[in-house]
Design a protein around this ligand. Structure first.
Ligand code: AMP
Length: 114
């Protein structure tokens, strides 16, 4: 599969891994938008929430709980933001579902209408 996150999952492209198990991977975003910026990805490839099967739905719940359990190890004990970009208007650039995890600082709340 010619997908950059699949290549990271297979170990063909290097990444700074923070956590890995059979279902998921957490690694540092190569172009961080916050002091701490990780990506949590399911190992099963799909691009959009629309495309999730029943197992994918269960796995996302597992991934969210895992992020919360790892927050101290990730340096996120003072809070963090999770973002899932979906499609063109959101600027999704990698078409393998991923959860942005940002923290390590106070995060403002942009008014996107400006
Ligand atoms: P999105 O715009 O929501 O699709 O987010 C894709 C994210 O993947 C961006 O924040 C990129 O900086 C990040 N990214 C792309 N390639 C890599 C890579 N090889 N290693 C780590 N992060 C990456």
């Amino acid at each position: 599969m010619d997908c950059i996150f699949c290549k990271i999952i297979r170990g063909e492209t290097p990444s700074k891994k923070a956590y890995e198990d059979d279902l998921m991977l957490i690694f540092e975003d190569v172009s961080p938008k916050a002091k701490l910026h990780y990506l949590a990805v399911p190992k099963h490839h799909y691009a959009l929430i629309d495309q999730m099967n029943a197992q994918d739905q269960a796995d996302i719940g597992y991934i969210l709980r895992k992020i919360a359990k790892l927050k101290n190890i990730l340096g996120l004990n003072d809070g963090y933001r999770l973002t899932i970009n979906q499609g063109e208007n959101a600027g999704q650039s990698v078409h393998h579902l991923h959860i942005h995890i940002m923290g390590g600082q106070t995060l403002d709340w942009p008014d996107y209408r400006k």
